[in-house]
Design a protein around this ligand. Structure first.
Ligand code: SF4
Length: 70
């Protein structure tokens, strides 16, 4: 599965970065991105267990910046 991040929708709340700093980073404007050592793309390939661990963050993102695709 792929976790997609649409950075243009990010409102820089910092939630994903605070909850999962091992996966997310923020730029100088506070906009979230995947850490570059994980992927240079706007999606991250994860297994279902990893997606489950991120479910709360995905659901609570106020910018609705995440979606999952297969
Ligand atoms: S939770 Fe959503 S709005 Fe908040 S920093 Fe992450 S991507 Fe941006």
């Amino acid at each position: 599965m792929q976790l997609n991040l649409i950075s243009q929708r990010c409102i820089a709340c910092g939630l994903c970065f605070r909850q999962h700093p091992e996966i997310f980073t923020v730029d100088d404007k506070g906009i979230a991105h995947f850490k570059k050592d994980l992927t240079t793309k706007d999606y991250l390939t994860l297994n279902s267990s990893q997606i489950k661990q991120l479910r709360t963050t995905i659901t609570n993102c106020p910018g609705h910046a995440f979606y999952i695709s297969h």
